[in-house]
Design a protein around this ligand. Structure first.
Ligand SMILES: Nc1ncnc2c1ncn2[C@@H]1O[C@H](COP(=O)(O)OP(=O)(O)OP(=O)(O)O)[C@@H](O)[C@H]1O
Ligand SMILES: NC(=O)c1ccc[n+]([C@@H]2O[C@H](COP(=O)(O)O)[C@@H](O)[C@H]2O)c1
Length: 261
């Protein structure tokens, strides 16, 4: 896994027969995914349903883009592990919804890559290199790239020093964001300072809110608790096999292994 042998994944990108009259849309979720949880996957299902019912977009593809090791956030497993777990999870969701892919480009960068640059990478690969998509009338159309994020991430956009103003204008002005409700975030407050881009921000409330987070999963593992049904089953197995997120003495993983059926 390196930039030299990198290839943009497009196997699940719908490049033909896109419904005429609709705007083709690709959703990109940036994050640590350490580990990926069912809520990360649910973000895509929520967005898909919302887009279909409420907008003139049509989802032609979706991507997980795990952050690189240079992000150095607490609890960040190596990008090799996070990419593999994301792949396993995507395979699982694709049993029901066939549009999710994992892009390695951000994860293999030697330096931290701001989200604005990550979205530019998708714009380049999909619209410049692939050349957009073809609709049912045989016409070529550019794809709209958009950020898919939880409302906590959008809230950080109002916090001083986290995002540059230029990057915010680029992300929310050019691309736009689909924002999934997340318990504990006041959406009015989160969107307060982003008013100038409100037409490009789509807020998606959750009928069933759920507070699963990667932090809580890591904590559960440290406390020897079972994480079944919070993380895809293949990812649970991967975490056990590789002893990820264990305490220094390895006891949490030993217990998880002992619980394996
Ligand atoms: N329960 C959730 N509801 C809505 N959005 C979520 C949820 N969990 C994660 N997200 C969103 O998923 C994206 C990736 O998040 P990230 O990998 O940082 O996960 P996290 O669970 O918040 O991680 P951590 O707990 O390590 O900070 C972010 O946009 C975040 O807002
Ligand atoms: N300035 C920026 O581009 C910026 C700022 C904060 C978070 N992010 C991105 O948001 C995602 C989630 O970050 P956190 O896990 O820190 O909430 C990551 O992919 C990170 O790269 C980008």
């Amino acid at each position: 896994m390196s930039l030299e042998n990198y290839h943009f994944p497009s196997s699940r990108l719908q490049t033909t027969d896109v419904e005429a009259g609709k705007i083709p849309l690709v959703l990109v979720a940036c994050g640590s995914f350490s580990p990926i949880t069912i809520l990360h996957l649910r973000m895509f299902s929520h967005a898909y349903d919302y887009v279909k019912a409420n907008t003139n977009f049509t989802v032609v593809g979706a991507y997980l883009s795990p952050v690189s090791d240079a992000y150095k956030k607490a609890g960040l497993a190596s990008s090799t592990h996070r990419l593999r777990m994301a792949e396993l999870a995507a395979e699982e969701i694709n049993n029901t919804t066939d549009f999710l892919m994992v892009d390695e480009w951000e994860a293999v960068q030697p330096a931290y890559m701001p989200t604005a640059k990550v979205l530019d990478h998708f714009e380049h690969e999909i619209n410049d290199v692939i050349g957009g998509v073809e609709n049912t009338n045989g016409q070529k159309q550019p794809v709209r790239i958009a950020l898919l994020a939880g409302s906590d991430l959008i809230q950080t956009m109002s916090a001083p020093g986290v995002w540059s103003q230029d990057d915010l204008a680029h992300i929310l002005g050019k691309y736009g964001a689909f924002v999934i409700e997340r318990a504990g975030t006041d959406i009015q407050e989160a969107l307060g300072s982003l008013k100038e881009w409100e037409d490009n921000i789509y807020y998606i409330p959750q009928l069933i809110t759920n507070e699963v987070s990667s932090t809580k999963i890591r904590l559960a593992i440290k406390r020897w608790m079972n994480i079944d049904y919070l993380v895809p089953a293949t990812v649970v197995n991967y975490i056990k096999e590789h002893g990820l997120y264990q305490d220094e003495d390895g006891s949490a993983t030993a217990k998880l292994k002992g619980n394996a059926r």
